[in-house]
Design a protein around this ligand. Structure first.
Ligand code: 9MR
Length: 386
C-alpha cells in the first residue's frame, strides 16, 4: 500500500515535472534539482530492446567492437564476472597495466597478472586493449627519487620494450599516452604539468608513440583523454587543445592511429550538446584517426537515491551520448570502464553522500542487465553501419 501510494505520488510529480520541464530542457535552466531529475528521468521515454542478444553481437552487426575494462580487481577469483564479460564483451581491458602495478621496484617487472588476462582473452577469443604506457598518474613511489633528466628516456624505452614487447602482436590497441592535456595548467599548447614533461620536454609524446610502434607494429596506437564531453567553456578549450595536439602529431609523422575519448559522463550534467560532439569527432576523424570510446560510465553521485529514477536518468544519458557518438563512422569501439556495478572505481572516487551503492554500469551488482544495458543495446541497434 505504502509502495502503491509512493508510486502514485511519483507519477503525479513526474507528470508535473515533465510539463514544467519541457521548456527547461531546451533552455538548460531548471527551477531546482527536483524538477531537473523528474525531467531527466522522463517516464515517457521507452528503453525497449528487441531480443536478448548480448551487446558484443549488437555492436558487431554495425562493425563496432564492444568491451569492458575489469579495473584493478583480480578477475581470476570472480567467476561470475568472467562469465558476464565473456557473454557481453568482444574486448577486454586489463586497465591495470600501469607503472605502479607492474613495477614494484626500479629494476623489476611483475607481468604475471597481465599474462593471465592475455591467456583468458585468447581462450575466450576476445580482443585486448592495453592501458596505459605513459601517464602522469599511477607512477610507483620509487619513480620520483630514481628517474631524472639523464635516465628518463632509458626508463621509458625499457618500460615500453618490456611491457608492449611482452604483449606484442596480442594487443588490438594501446593507450600509449594518457591525459597529456590540461589547459588550466597554463603551459604552451595546453600541455599538462607532468613528470614526463619535466623530464623529457614536450616531445615525450612523440617519443612514446615511436617507441611503441617499433616494439608492437601491429597495435593501433591511441592518444586517450577525458573531460571533453560537454558544451562548457572548459571542455571546449580542452577539445581545441586536444585537436591541436593530434594535428601536430599527425603533421610531424608521429605514429598515432586513434583517439580515445574516455567518456566518464555525469548523470546530472545537462550541458550535453550532440552536435558539438559530432563536430569534434568529425574534426578528429578528418585527421585520418579512428575514435574509440574508451572508459564509458555514468556518474550517479548527485542523482536521487530512488533506483527507478536513477536508472532511468543514467540510461537516458547513455543513449543520448552513444547515439550522437555513433553517428560518426570513425568510431570503431565502445568500452565501458567496468561492466558490473559491483566493481567500479566510482564507489571509491565518487561515492554518494547518502551511502547508497553507485549504479553507473550496464550490469547491476548481481551481474543482471539493467536499464543502462538497454540504452547501450538500443544505441547499437540504431547506429549506422560502418
Ligand atoms: O579505475 C581506475 C582506478 O581503479 C585506479 O585506482 C586509478 C589509478 O590507477 O585509475 C582508474 O582508472 C583511470 C584510468 O586509468 C584513466 N582515466 C581515468 C580512470 C578513472 O580515474
Amino acid at each position: 500500500m505504502y509502495n502503491k501510494l509512493l508510486t502514485r505520488r511519483r507519477t503525479l510529480y513526474l507528470g508535473l515535472g515533465t510539463l514544467a520541464g519541457i521548456g527547461a530542457l531546451t533552455t538548460g535552466k531548471f527551477i531546482n534539482n527536483f524538477q531537473q531529475n523528474q525531467v531527466l528521468a522522463n517516464q515517457d521515454r521507452n528503453f525497449k530492446v528487441a531480443g536478448k542478444i548480448p551487446l558484443k553481437e549488437r555492436a558487431a552487426r554495425k562493425g563496432l567492437i564492444y568491451g569492458a575494462d575489469c579495473n584493478t580487481l583480480n578477475l581470476q577469483s570472480v567467476p561470475e564476472l568472467q562469465t558476464a564479460l565473456v557473454q557481453e564483451c568482444a574486448m577486454l581491458v586489463p586497465g591495470f597495466l600501469k607503472w605502479d602495478m607492474l613495477r614494484p621496484t626500479a629494476d623489476s617487472f611483475n607481468l604475471t597478472r597481465g599474462d593471465w588476462y592475455v591467456e583468458f582473452a585468447e581462450k575466450n577469443r576476445m580482443l585486448l586493449r592495453g592501458h596505459t604506457l605513459v601517464w602522469h598518474d599511477a607512477l610507483p613511489r620509487w619513480f620520483k627519487e630514481t628517474v631524472n633528466k639523464q635516465n628518463a628516456q632509458q626508463f621509458l624505452e625499457q618500460h615500453i620494450q618490456k611491457v608492449a614487447g611482452r604483449y606484442a602482436g596480442k594487443m588490438h590497441s594501446w593507450d600509449v599516452v594518457n591525459e597529456a592535456i590540461n589547459v588550466p595548467d597554463g603551459l604552451p599548447n595546453g600541455l599538462r604539468k607532468s613528470p614526463w614533461l619535466d623530464l623529457l620536454g614536450p616531445d615525450y609524446i612523440d617519443l612514446a608513440f615511436r617507441l611503441t610502434a617499433q616494439v608492437d607494429p601491429q597495435a593501433m596506437l591511441v592518444y586517450n583523454d577525458f573531460g571533453l564531453e560537454y558544451d562548457t567553456p572548459k571542455d571546449e578549450a580542452k577539445r581545441t587543445a586536444v585537436l591541436k595536439l593530434l594535428e601536430r602529431l599527425k603533421s610531424q609523422g608521429t605514429p598515432v592511429h586513434a583517439f580515445g575519448m574516455q567518456s566518464h559522463l555525469f548523470g546530472d550534467e545537462t550541458r550535453f550538446n550532440p552536435q558539438k560532439l559530432r563536430d569534434f569527432f568529425r574534426n578528429v576523424a578528418s585527421l585520418g584517426l579512428k575514435i574509440l570510446i574508451t572508459e564509458l560510465d555514468v556518474i550517479d553521485r548527485k542523482l536521487p537515491q530512488d533506483i527507478d529514477v536513477r536508472d532511468r536518468i543514467v540510461a537516458g544519458v547513455y543513449e543520448d551520448y552513444l547515439s550522437a557518438a555513433l553517428d560518426e563512422k570513425a568510431v570503431i569501439a565502445v568500452i565501458n570502464w567496468g561492466l558490473s556495478d559491483r566493481y567500479t572505481w566510482l564507489s571509491e572516487f565518487y561515492p554518494r553522500s547518502d551511502g547508497a551503492p553507485v549504479r553507473p554500469l550496464p550490469l547491476d551488482a548481481n551481474m543482471q542487465r539493467k536499464l543502462a544495458w538497454n540504452a547501450i543495446a538500443r544505441a547499437f541497434d540504431n547506429a549506422p553501419k560502418r
